[in-house]
Design a protein around this ligand. Structure first.
Ligand code: 13P
Length: 279
């Protein structure tokens, strides 16, 4: 069942768990994620980077995500990840997205508030909700990873923009970590308190130690993102399969193992964030 962002966030808040948000790139990753969600009876988010939406891929991928969500026996939200501007957010809504992230985290504070609020207002007419970002979550290649979100700024941001959830910088980054990160759990708790328990989002979930993720969810993370490890699960399996002399040649048959690998990875994350059985 295709649902909007608020629907899955409400489930997470009520059940004290995090909605796993899996980045998808092609039909096979959609199939792997969906199989995991259905097997685990878990509500999930399938999200797409804006570069895919900008290119031809988004045109073809969006109807696949929508078809998967509509067929699903569990709630699935179709979300734009890291939308940089109104051009991308509008295009994604036209493509059928039911959740939108507007990432103004590299803008000056006031500009981030103004742009995010404009997108929240537009989306509200369409029953689509918005994720904002405050305190920039960079990549693991960045030299500086400590531009953390403050509770005071988060309070103002949530109140003035009306976002449904907020991505915070508390020690994670996108990509493969050189050493496992340690999260600022106290900061998550303080932001939750300052924002009257706003739903918080953690980006950069790949490679974060399981116990850190569990602590973060307990502290109030309600959406937990995973992208890089989905790519590795898929591509490593493709590479392994290619080494086998008796490998399948028909592409659909060859793809069965990579789809299965994505599914198995997603099952571990669904259980980790406590979303299993919550559909
Ligand atoms: P990873 O690629 O580090 O899992 O991060 C995913 C993410 O936060 C997508 O926005």
């Amino acid at each position: 069942m295709l649902v909007n962002l608020q629907y899955v966030l409400d489930l997470a808040e009520k059940g004290n768990f995090a909605i796993p948000a899996f980045n998808v790139y092609n039909m096979e990753s959609v199939m792997g994620v969906l199989k995991a969600a259905e097997e685990m009876k878990a509500p999930i988010i399938m999200q797409v980077y804006p570069r895919l939406m900008k290119e031809e891929t988004g045109y073809f991928l969006s109807p696949i995500i929508k078809a998967a969500a509509e067929k699903a026996s569990v709630p699935v939200c179709f979300h734009l990840d890291h939308g940089p501007s109104e051009l991308e957010t509008t295009r994604s809504i036209r493509y059928g997205a039911t959740g939108i992230m507007l990432d103004g985290s590299t803008l000056p504070f006031e500009e981030n508030i103004a742009l995010t609020k404009r997108v929240v207002d537009t989306c509200s007419y369409l029953n689509v909700q918005v994720e904002g970002e405050l305190g920039h979550v960079g990549t693991t290649a960045d030299s500086d990873m400590d531009e953390f979100t403050t509770p005071e700024d988060a309070k103002r941001f949530v109140e003035e923009t009306g976002v449904s959830c907020l991505a915070v910088a508390v020690g994670t980054a996108h990509g493969r970590y050189k050493k496992p990160p340690k999260l600022d759990i106290e900061r998550i708790l303080a932001i939750r308190e300052a924002t009257n328990n706003a739903a918080l989002v953690l980006h950069g979930g790949s490679g974060v130690p399981d116990e850190e993720i569990q602590k973060a969810v307990k502290a109030g993370i309600r959406k937990m993102n995973f992208a890089t490890d989905i790519c590795y699960a898929f591509l490593d399996t493709c590479l392994e399969e290619l080494q086998k002399p008796d490998r399948a040649i028909a592409i659909d048959n060859f793809m069965k193992k990579p789809i299965e690998a994505v599914k198995e990875f997603c099952i571990t994350r669904i259980k980790l964030v406590g979303a299993d059985g919550k559909a």
